[in-house]
Design a protein around this ligand. Structure first.
Ligand code: AMP
Length: 210
């Protein structure tokens, strides 16, 4: 599943994972988890993620090889946020050949202006994880969760500087991959500026057509 940060890849991949019974592999979530350890690698991951830059391809290679060798990946898997560079795309091609898998790519397309608002406006409840957006879905009381009254937090990589760097990294490193997959005839582009349910319906339709 491809798309800029904020395009809704995570949300859609989660729904697809439930519908098709395939594991969701989010490299962002896996890296955030890895960054919690007390090791030099974890500390450097934490810094890289907070800055909005991309993590080194070698780290991603180890991560993806080990995660996709799990028993739950035998019938395929949904990648969310990987590949993001040409090196990663080549690695995935090689891995798919070895695993006997075919690659299908879905790209969720959203305008830059909307992405900026979705990311920099995002706030998360520190207690229940409910997600708000100050532009599109503000809480009733500013800064606090409607459900449990706990304070809302902004993810450090959702600060404006970091958001701009994440979007720049997407344009420089990841956008060329869209062409790479388009030329290979494996790409399907989906309009991501519709409701979650509409985007999900379009994605499901495309998957059922395969
Ligand atoms: P995400 O939650 O997918 O937006 O990912 C959060 C952060 O994790 C990104 O801004 C990168 O720093 C890092 N990251 C996630 N996936 C990758 C990847 N495939 N290649 C390099 N860095 C990644």
């Amino acid at each position: 599943m491809m798309g800029a940060p904020g395009a809704g890849k995570g949300t859609q991949t989660h729904l697809l994972s439930e519908k098709y019974g395939l594991p969701q592999i989010s490299t962002g979530d896996l890296l955030r988890e890895m960054s919690k350890a007390e090791t030099p690698l974890a500390r450097s991951l934490k810094e890289t993620i907070a800055s909005g830059a991309l993590v080194r391809d070698e780290v991603l290679a180890d991560l993806i090889i080990s995660r996709t060798s799990g028993e739950d990946c035998r019938n395929g898997y949904l990648l969310d946020g990987f590949p993001r560079t040409l090196i990663q795309a080549n690695l995935l091609g090689e891995l798919a050949r070895r695993q006997g898998n075919e690659i299908r790519v879905f790209s969720i397309v959203v305008s830059m202006d909307c992405l900026l608002k979705r990311l920099s406006g995002r706030r998360i409840c520190t207690l229940c994880g409910e997600i708000y957006n100050v532009f599109f879905r503000p809480p009733k009381r500013e800064g606090f969760c409607d459900l449990d009254g706990a304070p809302l937090l902004q993810r450090s990589d959702d600060f404006e500087d970091s958001v701009k760097r994440r979007l720049a990294a997407y344009q420089e490193s990841t956008l060329p991959l869209i062409d790479y997959y388009r030329q290979g005839g494996r790409l399907k582009e989906i309009d991501g500026q519709r409701s979650v349910a509409e985007v999900f319906a379009k994605l499901s339709e495309s998957i059922d057509d395969i």
